[in-house]
Design a protein around this ligand. Structure first.
Ligand code: EPZ
Length: 458
């Protein structure tokens, strides 16, 4: 496998000079007037959390990789920048010819994920496994914490070390080296989505068999595994707790279509319910939405799977309180917790929402309270007393899914809300204001599109 290692250590980033961001960030804002039921059909884009590992998987081959159904969101642009900073060629097109990226990692000259990029998207750690597998080394800036929690990657590192990598840490960078990773038996102390993905990508080129237990079962893992198999990898059990990999010496290129985004689809289903609308969510994968559809039905919404890729949601009657406890897939997803909390403010009765995955994923609560919601937080459980008549307010987005929660609340609040820092939303929702306007929402953006570059991330 050719992968030019920088000639000397000096060329690698040692002391990272932290530059104070001089420029003021132009915080995009949404202006939303509540009260309109959403009616019509709304199309789901490709899954950001599938596209990110699949783009990283292109590192594993010298051949060209084409990925289709890529979402037009900022995290994808960040991943493009990251791969190009290493010497990859990455074309990214959102024209009529599909949302498609073409990646060639034939000439990877610099297997380094620099802090300037990693700090805006912690999922950059997904290049760690593939770089060590392809190049024998990787230098990746430590991702650091974010709005929703500490977000450690200790399980990624523990797995790589067990596969024979030596890992050192200095100046905020991790360096992993291995002549060739060797197959082994891994057991994840905690279920980790990107940990499973990172080590799966490390294992496919390792010497021998790797058995991974207590793996994440998210559809994004299964999507990545399907892509790797289409490149010549030998993988069994993706989507189950135990994944078995026979390492191969080389992988070839592929063309792969990314799954629909189940969290975007879930967000739209909640939007149809909370506004008492009649919404058809298209280009989605109902099989990935079982827990979400079940909870919506429990709250009194009517949810009908109309075809293999569309779901209809209606909610004429009153909504009733339901309890939520976030779990790994196929349980109720943590990425839908904030959105469901907005819905619970409109439901009759007391809803208890428990966040079991991340330690700080209630940043949206205070903003919802400012809009008139009645929510009390005790540790990992938020108790929502509904139903409240929300009133429009100026609110602040703190992370990707909290932003979605505030949009949903603003769609039913009385008056005109201003949502600040919607650059968080641009990370994972493609043209969200256009899509919502298309089904009757009164929403517009202020400030320049994609103009803001955030330093914070989740
Ligand atoms: C992925 O993050 C998603 N991101 C997250 O989506 C999602 O919320 C999360 O999985 C859970 O479903 C991407 O796929 C890019 P984890 P990830 O590793 O992989 C702990 C969004 O909104 N942990 O499954 O980083 C960790 O602290 C984003 O799109 C360790 O302790 O999450 C957490 O408590 C937000 N050590 C738990 O495991 C590790 O080495 C699950 O985290 C790794 C994780």
């Amino acid at each position: 496998m050719t992968c030019a290692i920088p000639p000397d250590e000096a060329s690698l980033p040692r002391a990272v000079t932290l530059r104070v961001q001089e420029k003021t960030i132009d915080m995009d804002k949404f202006v939303i007037r509540g009260g309109n039921p959403l009616v019509g059909s709304i199309r789901v884009s490709g899954a950001k959390n599938s596209a990110l590992p699949c783009m990283a998987a292109a590192i594993l081959t010298e051949d060209e990789v084409i990925l289709e159904n890529i979402p037009q969101v900022r995290d994808i642009e960040t991943e493009q920048k990251l791969l190009m900073s290493m010497g990859a060629q990455v074309e990214l097109g959102y024209g009529r010819a599909q949302h498609r990226t073409t990646i060639s990692c034939r000439h990877l000259s610099d297997p380094v994920a620099r802090y300037e990029i990693v700090k805006t998207m912690r999922a950059s750690s997904l290049v760690l496994g593939p770089l060590v597998a392809r190049c024998g080394m990787a230098r990746v800036a430590m991702p650091g914490g974010c709005a929703i929690g500490g977000r450690p990657i200790d399980l990624h590192l523990k797995g790589l070390e067990k596969m024979g990598a030596t890992i050192t840490q200095e100046h905020g960078y991790l360096e992993a080296r291995a002549e060739r990773l060797r197959g082994t038996h891994l057991f994840f102390d905690k279920i980790t989505v990107t940990g499973t993905e990172d080590l799966l990508m490390a294992a496919v080129l390792a010497d021998g068999e790797t058995v991974m237990e207590n793996c994440a079962r998210e559809p994004e893992v299964t999507d990545l595994a399907a892509m790797l198999v289409s490149m010549g990898a030998q993988i069994e059990g993706a989507g189950t707790p135990t994944i078995r990999v026979q390492g191969v010496s080389k992988l070839h290129g592929t063309r792969h279509r990314i799954n629909p985004d189940r969290i975007e689809a879930g967000t739209f289903l909640v939007a149809g319910a909370i506004t008492r609308g009649d919404l058809i969510v298209t280009n989605c994968e109902p099989a990935h939405l079982g827990a979400i559809m079940e909870k919506l039905r429990e709250s009194g919404a009517r949810v009908d799977v109309q075809s293999e890729d569309s779901i209809r949601v209606r909610a004429e009657e009153k909504l009733s309180a339901t309890d939520i406890s976030t779990r790994e897939y196929p349980g109720f997803p943590t990425d839908m917790q904030a959105q469901f909390m907005a819905l619970s403010t409109q439901a009759q009765g007391v809803s208890r929402i428990t966040e079991n995955i991340f330690e700080n994923r209630f940043m949206h609560v205070q903003e919802l309270v400012r809009m008139g919601a009645n929510i009390a937080v005790d540790g990992r459980t938020a108790t929502v007393q509904g139903a409240s008549q929300l009133s429009a307010a100026a609110v602040m987005c703190s992370d990707l899914r909290a932003s979605a929660s505030l949009v949903l609340a603003a769609l039913v609040a009385e008056g005109e809300s201003i949502l600040d820092r919607v650059y968080h939303m641009d990370r994972g929702y493609e043209r969200i204001e256009e899509k919502l306007r298309g089904v009757g929402a009164q929403i517009r953006r202020m400030g320049n599109v994609f103009g803001s570059r955030a330093t914070s991330e989740e």
